[in-house]
Design a protein around this ligand. Structure first.
Ligand SMILES: C[S@@+](CC[C@H](N)C(=O)[O-])C[C@H]1O[C@@H](n2cnc3c(N)ncnc32)[C@H](O)[C@@H]1O
Length: 215
């Protein structure tokens, strides 16, 4: 069963910001994995995660990414939605993954000391939370110096024409809980990181892969 109390003894935050996902888990499970699983797996595999790596995944959802982590890493996934985490827990139990745990937690207020993890990841979540810059700061804070940060997300296009077209759909996607106008550079200012790459896996992809090193 999920523990709903935080380590500090406070009541864990409720998934008020993720009610869309909370209510639509069955539909989400039917469609989303086919779109995103390969992209997540390819980029995690490319990191060549070393033995004993302590990994934090922020916004782990139903655990779609979890099979891509090697058995020799210790993985903790956090998410605000209990129904998403229940799916992840069922998957972890079914696969008998001793190296993976999940916990309810707010991405904007991570309950960890500074420099707790070697690798901090997040997929398709930073444009869902209400304060993306705060979430990014938290991800950087809990990453050890020399550790890495991997974010896969849709960001506003650098091409003004494409950006304007996508912006015009923003009213609809916002009602679904996503924003389409998040600029990747707005996340990166004044943070103790070196961006190693920020690329698309193919030119037509809507998603960018940001890999950064904590300095
Ligand atoms: C689009 S889903 C992505 C889930 C998963 N990473 C994937 O790629 O399938 C966004 C996730 O962010 C979670 N979420 C939204 N706001 C959050 C917050 N403030 N803190 C933690 N998780 C949050 C939602 O519950 C949901 O699981």
């Amino acid at each position: 069963m999920l523990k709903l109390e935080s380590t500090s003894g406070e009541t864990a935050p409720q998934p008020h910001e993720s009610s869309f996902y909370h209510n639509l888990v069955p539909a989400y499970q039917a469609v989303w994995p086919a779109v995103a699983r390969r992209r997540i797996q390819g980029n995690l595999t490319a990191l060549d995660i070393p033995q004993g790596t302590q990994v934090l995944e922020v916004g782990v959802g139903t655990g779609m990414s979890l099979e891509a982590y090697p058995l020799h890493a210790n993985v903790l996934g956090v998410d605000l939605s209990e129904s998403m985490l229940a799916e992840a827990e069922a998957l972890i139990a079914k696969e008998k993954w001793d190296h993976i745990q999940v916990r309810p937690m707010n991405a904007e207020k991570l309950e960890f000391d500074d420099a707790s993890f070697d690798l901090v990841t997040s997929f398709h979540t930073i444009s869902v939370v209400s304060q993306p810059e705060k979430m990014m700061r938290e991800m950087v804070r809990v990453c050890k110096p020399g550790g890495r940060i991997l974010v896969i997300n849709h960001f506003r296009s650098d091409n003004p024409l494409i950006a304007r077209v996508v912006d015009s759909a923003g009213g609809i996607t916002r009602r679904l809980g996503w924003r389409t106008d998040l600029e990747v550079n707005s996340l990166l200012t004044e943070l103790p990181i070196e961006v190693e790459s920020c690329h698309k896996n193919n030119p037509l992809s809507l998603f960018r892969v940001l890999v950064a090193k904590r300095v």
